[in-house]
Design a protein around this ligand. Structure first.
Ligand SMILES: O=C(O)c1ccccc1NCC(=O)[C@H](O)[C@H](O)COP(=O)(O)O
Length: 209
């Protein structure tokens, strides 16, 4: 039997030291938030410094919420980015114009039309499913009902589970849902925008229950 390891992304990294520890812990991807209203938002200079210390095989992800094409192009021209993450109402056409691999975040509701979403984002490398909270596009720190996740028949691309994960619930989340990957931000923080070394380590230790 082949067992696959659950992929892990630590999102909202704002410090080099946190990126280095994430890489040392074997995290697959880190997220750099380019959304100024967020306390986790980074400047281009910060992002370049953080992304530059990542070793091979750790994916640097640039996260946007309804950006202009110029904003994305500027980041791509100046920061070593492997993957784009669109966390707003961006269309498939918008997401694919940059000719970079991208993932699309979905604010989870029980009645999403996955047939239409598969069609719209046919070339997305994964769907990241996150908690729906009006006025807060991400980083809510709240879970949603994992029974709402689409089945493999509904979506045949990887699903990355986000929203309110932490060391206490990640093992259960993986065991219950069998998702391809998990994404965490607030659950590994000491304070908004500052990761906790202890919480990051504990999160990784608790991936398997
Ligand atoms: O983290 C933010 O502040 C943020 C703001 C706006 C859009 C997205 C944002 N984060 C996206 C992520 O990928 C988070 O990891 C995901 O929403 C889960 O966050 P959390 O519930 O805090 O683990």
């Amino acid at each position: 039997m082949v067992t696959t390891r659950t992929r892990v992304k630590f999102c909202g990294i704002t410090r080099i030291v946190d990126a280095q520890l994430a890489a040392d812990l074997g995290v697959d991807a880190i997220g750099l938030v380019f959304y100024p209203p967020s306390p986790r938002s980074v400047t281009i200079k910060q992002a370049r410094e953080i992304a530059s210390v990542l070793p091979a095989f750790v994916t640097s992800t640039a996260l946007f919420v309804n950006p202009t094409p110029d904003e994305v192009d500027t980041v791509l021209a100046t920061v070593p980015i492997d993957l784009l993450q669109f966390h707003g109402d961006e269309s498939g056409e918008f997401c694919r114009q940059f000719n970079r691999p991208y993932i699309k975040a979905m604010a989870m509701k029980p009645d999403l039309n996955w047939t239409a979403l598969n069609r719209e984002y046919s070339d997305a490398r994964a769907f990241l499913v996150d908690t729906y909270k009006p006025g807060t596009p991400g980083g809510t720190g709240e879970t949603f009902n994992w029974n709402w996740l689409p089945s493999k028949q509904q979506v045949d691309k990887p699903i990355i589970l986000a929203g309110g994960l932490d060391a206490n619930n990640v093992g259960k989340a993986i065991a219950q849902t069998g998702v391809f990957g998990v994404d965490v931000s607030g659950g590994i923080e000491a304070s908004k925008g500052v990761k906790s070394a202890e919480k990051m380590q504990q999160f990784i230790s608790n991936l398997i229950v």
